[in-house]
Design a protein around this ligand. Structure first.
Ligand code: HAX
Length: 410
């Protein structure tokens, strides 16, 4: 068993009794109450999920090191990171039929549709599915989930960059460079020089994990709870990410900004003009993409990390100037409008500017980049879901009639 897998095994053996004790001895302890507002309002804030895989503050390490940290909770040594980098390298080769699946998509297909389908198609590779059919002991299920996770994660940069080449470049396949870590290899596959390697590392790391209640994480967990394999679960996660109120917001931010830019004929708007664009959007009944959050009530730390990177590397980029101005203009307007509970920017408000600056201007592709990063966090969650034998998710629904009776209306 490789170093990471050994360590993970130790951690799982230590953690399992904690869950067993909680369920056996404290199973009836009340954690939260549920209001009618929460039931109708998309379960916002309802404490009904558990995850110990958490968000971290990155200093541009290798993505593989982050995966180690998410799985074990321990900061890896350089050697331990190298071991994981090697593990990923060994698993990078993408099956030929995946290229054929991508080639077969009709023109104008959204890259997220292609990405999700390519991942789902690899279900036939699933080690977990084969072991399950053969009758694996449930205590051992995390192991094939771990193997499948590494196999899938290692291939995502090549799959994503081929989708990019197919849709927006010459359609030619680039070969992975086996001497590079995941972030640098992605930059190589995208044919982008440094510092795009750091941009890729930063991007994948900050998009990886964000508790388990957000739509993509929850979709991955929900599908995984049926004992579906990693390919089915991550494909479902990608579909959740593809909605404009979630991951697609980073594409929407750029679309919105380009609209402003077109109207301005490439001039930087004054603050008064920008305020007017924001109000026009709100008055047309649309949201300001990249602002607001279902849980956070302050500037998203992932926004701030990207902003710091922009201030250091591209302070004079015209699009960054737009985004910088929006940071001043939007929160007071959302406060004045009085609807959004969080008037501050989320991570999607900054992502596109970085990509645009380094030459990835096809903003339909941005959520695929998000998807690579998010897969790392969801895979870590799913391995632990199996290790701790979390059951099938099956909440109970009730009718409007029942709610009216509970409320005392009927
Ligand atoms: N612009 C305008 N109105 C907004 C708003 C925004 N950015 N954010 C929230 N509101 C509105 C809501 O539409 C809602 O209006 P109604 O009462 O008319 O329905 C009201 O304010 C209350 O919403 P909320 O409780 O503050 O927010 P929710 O938890 O319901 O939704 C969202 C959270 C992220 C979906 C929301 O803030 C939004 O639509 N933001 C813009 C899209 C976006 O940036 N999404 C990405 C979020 C981060 C993420 O998941 N990234 O992947």
């Amino acid at each position: 068993m490789a170093g990471l897998k050994d360590k993970l095994n130790d951690k799982i053996q230590q953690h399992r009794p904690r869950i067993q004790k909680l369920v056996k001895d404290y199973g009836d302890v009340v954690v939260d109450k549920v209001t009618i507002g929460q039931i109708i309002g998309g379960m916002r804030g309802l404490k009904s999920l558990v995850t110990d895989i958490s968000y971290l503050d990155p200093k541009m390490p290798f993505v593989e090191g982050l995966f180690y940290l998410l799985l074990t909770g321990d900061i890896p040594t350089e050697n331990e990171v190298s071991d994981v980098v090697d593990e990923f390298r060994r698993r990078r080769i993408v099956p030929r039929y995946i290229y054929e699946v991508i080639d077969a998509f009709p023109c104008c297909s959204h890259p997220m549709t292609i990405f999700s389908s390519a991942i789902l198609t690899m279900h036939r590779e699933s080690f977990f599915a084969k072991k399950y059919t053969a009758g694996i002991n449930k205590m051992d299920m995390w192991e094939p989930m771990y193997e499948d996770s590494l196999n899938l994660l290692a291939k995502l940069p090549e799959i994503a960059s081929y989708i990019y080449a197919k849709l927006y470049r010459d359609g030619k396949r680039m070969q992975s460079n086996p001497n590079l870590d995941m972030g640098a290899d992605f930059a190589h596959l995208m044919m982008k020089p440094a510092p795009y390697d750091d941009v890729a590392r930063l991007h994948f790391i900050i998009h990886s994990d964000h508790e388990s209640g957000n739509v993509s994480a929850h979709a991955g967990h929900l599908v995984g709870s049926t004992l579906a394999d990693i390919y089915m679960s991550i494909s479902a996660m990608i579909n959740g990410l593809a909605g404009p109120l979630h991951g697609l917001a980073n594409q929407e931010v750029l679309r919105w900004l380009q609209d402003v830019r077109d109207k301005m004929g490439d001039e930087i708007p004054t603050e008064a003009e920008m305020k007017q664009f924001v109000w026009d959007t709100l008055n047309a009944g649309h949201v300001i993409p990249g602002y607001g959050h279902a849980v956070l009530r302050k500037t998203d730390p992932r926004y701030s990390i990207q902003r710091d990177f922009c201030l250091k590397h591209l302070p004079n980029d015209p699009l960054f100037k737009y985004v910088d101005m929006l940071y001043k203009v939007v929160p007071p307007i959302l406060k004045e409008q009085g609807k959004a509970k969080n008037p501050w920017p989320n991570l999607d408000a900054q992502t596109g500017v970085l990509q645009w600056h380094y030459g990835v201007t096809e903003y339909d592709f941005y959520t695929v980049l998000f998807g690579i990063g998010r897969s790392i966090g969801i895979a870590a969650n799913l391995i632990w879901d199996r290790a701790l034998l979390y059951p099938l998710e099956r909440p109970k629904s009730i009718t409007t009639d029942m709610l009216e009776k509970i409320a005392g209306i009927k």
